[in-house]
Design a protein around this ligand. Structure first.
Ligand SMILES: CC(C)(COP(=O)(O)OP(=O)(O)OC[C@H]1O[C@@H](n2cnc3c(N)ncnc32)[C@H](O)[C@@H]1OP(=O)(O)O)[C@@H](O)C(=O)NCCC(=O)NCCS
Length: 158
């Protein structure tokens, strides 16, 4: 397999909408955001929407949301396309997202993940996040029931 170039991380624009919709559908079975929601995040949300690009293709994205008057940032979504996984792309995106949150004056980053999402929990653990709460029946599951989640938190070094 030829080695892939390392990703460039940049701020997303509305021109990236189709690519991030496709990425979302490739990455999430049950939790995929709609095009309308992604458009809102790209254009109107109080947040940072970053993409990782390899050879002119968007391979991953991350969204961080902020609330006015709060120094707690929320890592709303992070996704890496299946072909680009396992080579540090999410770790690089998460680190860049944290830098953006720090630049906005935030001191804490929070996130949630499905209890069963080993890759996501591993990613956050490796980046220094603590699991602070188990969230009962937090996510819809495939069978029509619900699945627990986990809340994650990290103090950001300013
Ligand atoms: C979770 C996800 C973003 C990880 O992306 P990735 O680019 O493959 O992750 P990285 O290569 O940057 O891995 C960073 C660390 O995360 C952990 N990790 C990544 N994949 C893992 C896996 N399958 N199992 C366990 N730990 C894993 C490891 O600690 C890894 O560090 P290491 O390679 O030095 O051991 C990716 O699997 C994904 O997009 N999944 C579908 C969408 C999703 O679940 N998003 C998160 C919602 S909360």
């Amino acid at each position: 397999m030829p080695a892939l170039s390392s990703p460039t991380i940049r701020v997303a624009t509305l021109a990236d909408l189709a690519a991030v919709v496709a990425l979302e559908q490739a990455c999430f079975a049950l939790d995929a955001q709609t095009g309308r929601s992604l458009r809102h995040l790209l254009t109107r949300a109080h947040g940072d929407f970053l993409v990782a690009v390899i050879d002119d293709a968007i391979v991953a994205d991350v969204v961080v949301l902020y609330r006015r008057g709060s120094r707690v940032a929320r890592l709303y979504s992070i996704a890496v396309g299946p072909a680009a996984r396992g080579r540090g792309v999410a770790a690089a995106l998460l680190a860049q997202a944290e830098r953006h949150a720090i630049a906005r004056g935030c001191v804490v980053m929070r996130a949630e993940a499905r209890w069963s999402n080993t890759a996501s929990r591993g990613l956050f653990a490796a980046a220094g996040y603590r699991e602070t709460a188990r969230l009962a029946d937090y996510y819809p599951s495939a069978g029509g029931g619900h699945e627990d989640g986990v809340r994650l938190q990290k103090h950001l070094d300013n």
